[in-house]
Ligand binder design. Structure first.
Ligand code: ADP
Length: 310
């Protein structure tokens, strides 16, 4: 199968706000129809990176294209083909559902606004609620309406900034089904998230910490890149063992997973020897498991410290 064309192709992108170097030498490629996830601690530059990739913010330096257009000099033309859903969904609570959609259609200077809005309402199964105030909708419905508004002008690239913060699990699942339908129709999606299950729904991921891209690729590639060996410890009274385990030679990471602990390290032999000694005489079992994406992210997170705040 031939690879889909590159929709984003940037090299060495930088952004500073005052004396803060918020995005450092970012190079990234995203293919058409890909769902590309951005993860990392708060304030790491995810939003700033995404905004630069989509022409919403001009990089200080670097070069590259988005949708075949230059990210430094053609941002206005890029922006017209981008749908942007911010964390707060940017709806007007005191406008009706119909008015919200009409406002967005007007903003994009769309022809035949009435039909455009009618069609969007129909697709959302909200035709009967045209005159209801948007502020009275549940979190999940607000999110659907916000997504529909972002799609009114038929963007080729969709940018979602923590789109499921504050919506219930069922609505989150429906939302991701919709994102996959859009992706199958050729729309490229950039999404920032803190949720592991959402990260796993992305085709590829980037982990960004303090302005630097620390890892990228499919979930499996990101996990493999951290070269972790992981043992699962199970049994009673695991509470309080985490700290002691964390001190053992060969142990780089201890993370709770439900009723078990995941203990990981890069040095396979040392890790195994430490665990076997530690568990002697204890009523605990250890078994090898594959490191999960969450293990990899926790490992990445503890390996990176904010250079400004120690
Ligand atoms: P993230 O999305 O990973 O939480 P952001 O890209 O929003 O991170 O922010 C990265 C850093 O840049 C933060 O320290 C934030 O305060 C700063 N920042 C973001 N936008 C601006 C701006 N317009 N002016 C000044 N500082 C900003």
């Amino acid at each position: 199968m031939q690879a889909a064309p590159l929709v984003i192709d940037v090299t060495g992108i930088n952004k500073r706000f005052g004396d803060k170097h918020v995005v450092k030498d970012l190079s990234l490629q995203v293919r058409e129809g890909e769902i590309f996830g951005f993860l990392g601690p708060n304030g790491s530059g995810k939003t700033t990176s995404i905004r630069m990739l989509c022409g919403l913010l001009t990089p200080d330096s670097g070069r590259g294209t988005c949708l075949g257009l230059d990210v430094l000099s053609e941002s206005a033309a890029i922006k017209r083909q981008v749908g942007y859903m911010t964390q707060k969904f940017s709806l007007w609570d005191d406008l009706t559902i119909g008015e919200n959609l009409d406002f967005v259609a007007r903003m994009f200077g769309m022809q035949g606004r009435r039909e455009v809005v009618d069609r969007a309402l129909e697709e959302l199964s909200l035709s009967g609620r045209r005159d209801q105030l948007a502020g009275t909708l549940s979190g999940g419905w607000k999110q659907r309406l916000a997504l529909a508004s972002c799609l009114l002008h038929h963007p080729r690239l969709l940018l979602l900034d923590e789109p499921t913060a504050g919506v219930d699990p069922k609505a989150r699942r429906d939302f991701w089904e919709e994102i996959h339908r859009l992706s199958a129709a050729g729309i490229t999606v950039l999404v920032s998230t803190h949720y592991m299950d959402e990260a796993e729904r992305c085709h590829r991921l980037a982990y960004i910490a303090y302005g630097s891209l620390m890892a990228s690729g499919t979930a499996a590639e990101v996990v493999a890149s951290q070269q972790l060996h992981t043992w699962e410890i199970s049994g009673d009274n695991l509470q309080g063992l985490g700290q002691a385990l964390g001190q053992l030679p060969g142990v780089d990471l201890v993370a709770s997973f439900g009723a078990t602990l995941h203990v990981s390290g890069r040095d396979e032999a040392q890790l195994k020897a430490s665990l076997e000694t530690f568990l002697q005489g204890k009523k605990l079992a250890m078994s090898v498991v594959s490191a999960s994406l969450e293990d990899a992210f926790i490992y990445l997170m503890q390996g990176t410290r904010d250079p400004l705040h120690g």
